[in-house]
Each structure stands twice: as structure tokens, then as C-alpha cells.
Design a protein around this ligand. Structure first.
Ligand SMILES: Nc1ncnc2c1ncn2[C@@H]1O[C@H](COP(=O)(O)OP(=O)(O)OP(=O)(O)O)[C@@H](O)[C@H]1O
Ligand SMILES: O=P(O)(O)OC[C@H]1O[C@H](OP(=O)(O)OP(=O)(O)O)[C@H](O)[C@@H]1O
Ligand SMILES: [Mg+2]
Length: 281
């Protein structure tokens, strides 16, 4: 199985880190190398531009791809989404100069819209019966309304800083995006692909969980068990040479603060909180 992964840019590192956590250590990938093996002899990695990855999968050069949903839509290929990997979160928005008159997409009839996403833009305006001229650029789209190249843009925003410093306001949201794992429809059910889905899911499931370990005197055990929400009951183990027991439990990250306070008040001691690599349910 070949996995197409962004070769550079902001999606490269988190994608490699995710695959590593999922157990697919990359073996002989050197800087600028576009192909690498993994510890699994059946899995290799192709490094490609984020925008080209849907094409690699559609053409069969790779069985699965990891890139932004925006890129999958822009490619107009019919691919199956297998998993939302939840990073690279951004929005594709229609934006226009803050001090201009354009406040509604309908006002763009007969006007120019600059974008790195011409297919998405075309679909967006066609669906609303608005006839616009799409101007394709490959970056720095926010400049175009200020040099009379365009009346509005469709571009990515995440923190909103780039729009603000370029005095552009959001008129509409075109697409909400994050990084996805996808495959061709006909191969999506393959065993190896499903194993990859399970491995990546286990990393995502572990992300918002924490592992708690603590010592508890026998007489406090029941109170401690009442306090731990956990995935099923906590694990209770004898501690050699001690009257105490060790209690281990998995809890939601958001609950850790409250649970620790509760545990302390019912007599738990030596409380440890650790991150979890993977959680296979
Ligand atoms: N500001 C952002 N915040 C979050 N995600 C983003 C942002 N910009 C882009 N992305 C996501 O990353 C993907 C890749 O973006 P892009 O192709 O622009 O590469 P890059 O990482 O920005 O590198 P470069 O623009 O230098 O080539 C986009 O398709 C989108 O899914
Ligand atoms: O809302 P913000 O956090 O400011 O992010 C949005 C900016 O990030 C991306 O640009 P990038 O840095 O990838 O440069 P590019 O235009 O060359 O792709 C995107 O094209 C926006 O310009
Ligand atoms: Mg970019």
C-alpha cells in the first residue's frame, strides 16, 4: 500500500508525526526524497504536493492519500473520505475589501474573483447562478483586490490575521476544511487500508484522553472508584509490600482537572497523569 503524504508546507510535519504515532515509522526517508519505506514492508510513502495528492490517489499511483479537504474538492475527483484527521483546520471564504460596497455574493455578478481554487470557486458561483470571472493565482491572493486585479477573493483563512492585515472582510464561508484520509471508492474496503484506518483512529482516540495512576488505601477505594468516570471501571492492582492498591484509569482530558481535585479529596496519593500514544477500543 502506498500512502501519498504532503512533501512540504504546513501539512508535512504533522502528517509524518501522525504516521509515526500510528506505528508506521518511516525508514529511509531523507530530506528531499520523494519516496520512502516504512517499518511495515507492505506500506510505503510517496511525498507529493498537497494539491496533487487527490490526483495521485485517483490515478492509482497511491492507494490512500492524506491532504486537506479543500484540495480534494478542488481536484473534483470522486474519492471516499475514510477519516477526518482533525488538523490543518481552516475555512475557504469569500472575502472583499472592508471599505468597499461588496457585502453579498450576488453583488459579484459580472465581477472578478481571484483564487487558488478555481474549480471550487466556479462551483460556488454556478450553484448560486452568479456569473463571475475567476482569476487564478498561486498564492498571496489577498493582494489582488488592492491592485484592481479582482473585486473579491476566495481564499483560506484560519487565524484570520492575513485577511485583517489586508483589510478584507468575510462575506461567506465556502468550505470548512481539515486534513482527511481518503481512497478510491473501489479500494476503500481493502484490509490493509482498514488496518491503517484503525491505527490512525487509535491515535485520534488517544489524543483527548489521559492515563491516571495513583495509590489508594483500601478503605478509600470505593470513594475513588466513584470519582473516576473512565472508560469502564478502573484497573486496581496490589502494590507489593504495601497496604495500598494502585489504581489506573483512562479519563477525558477535559475532566482531568476536576477528577484530580476529587481524587485528592477522597485520599488518593502519588497521582500521575500521562499522555496516551494510542487507544484501540
Ligand atoms: N492558514 C492555514 N491554516 C490551516 N491550514 C491551512 C492554512 N493554509 C493552508 N492550509 C491547509 O494546508 C493545505 C496546504 O496548503 P498549501 O498548499 O498552501 O501549503 P503550505 O503549507 O501553505 O505551503 P506553501 O503555501 O508554502 O506551499 C491547504 O490545502 C489547506 O488544507
Ligand atoms: O488566517 P491566517 O492564519 O492568516 O492564514 C491564512 C493564510 O494562510 C495561507 O497562506 P500561506 O501562508 O500558505 O501562503 P500562500 O498564500 O503562499 O499559500 C492562506 O493562503 C492565507 O493566506
Ligand atoms: Mg499556502
Amino acid at each position: 500500500m502506498r500512502i501519498a503524504v504532503p512533501n512540504k508546507g504546513r501539512l508535512h510535519e504533522p502528517t509524518v508525526a501522525l504516521l509515526e504515532r500510528a506505528g508506521l515509522h518511516i525508514e529511509n526517508g531523507a530530506d528531499r526524497k520523494l519516496y520512502a519505506d516504512t517499518v511495515d514492508p507492505d506500506v510505503s510513502i510517496l511525498f507529493a504536493r498537497a494539491a496533487d495528492i487527490p490526483e495521485y490517489v485517483d490515478d492509482g499511483a497511491a492507494e490512500v492519500g492524506i491532504t486537506g479537504l479543500d484540495q480534494v474538492h478542488e481536484s473534483e475527483s470522486e474519492l471516499s473520505e475514510l477519516l477526518d484527521l482533525e488538523y490543518g483546520r481552516c475555512r475557504l471564504v469569500l472575502a472583499a475589501p472592508e471599505d468597499g460596497d461588496i457585502t453579498d455574493p450576488q453583488q459579484l455578478e459580472g465581477k472578478k474573483v481571484a483564487t487558488e481554487f478555481p474549480n471550487i470557486a466556479e462551483q460556488y458561483f454556478t450553484a448560486q447562478n452568479i456569473d463571475t470571472e475567476i482569476i487564478e493565482v498561486t498564492g498571496a491572493t489577498e493582494l489582488t483586490p488592492h491592485v484592481e486585479m479582482a473585486d473579491a477573493i476566495i481564499d483560506i483563512t484560519s487565524t484570520g490575521t492575513t485577511l485583517t492585515v489586508n483589510r478584507l472582510g468575510v462575506i461567506d464561508e465556502v468550505l470548512s476544511s481539515s486534513v482527511r484520509l481518503f481512497a478510491r471508492e473501489e479500494t476503500a474496503g481493502n484490509e490493509k487500508i482498514q488496518q491503517l484506518v484503525t491505527a490512525l483512529e487509535s491515535v485520534l482516540a488517544a489524543d483527548d484522553k489521559r492515563y491516571l495512576m495513583m495509590n489508594v488505601a483500601h478503605e478509600n477505594l470505593e470513594a475513588v472508584q466513584d470519582v473516576i468516570p473512565g472508560l469502564g471501571g478502573p484497573t486496581v492492582m496490589d502494590v507489593a509490600g504495601s497496604e495500598d492498591v494502585a489504581v489506573h484509569a483512562v479519563v477525558d482530558q477535559q475532566q482531568v482537572f476536576e477528577v484530580i481535585n476529587d481524587l485528592k479529596s477522597v485520599g488518593a496519593t502519588g497521582i500521575l497523569v500521562t499522555e496516551i500514544e494510542r487507544l484501540v477500543e
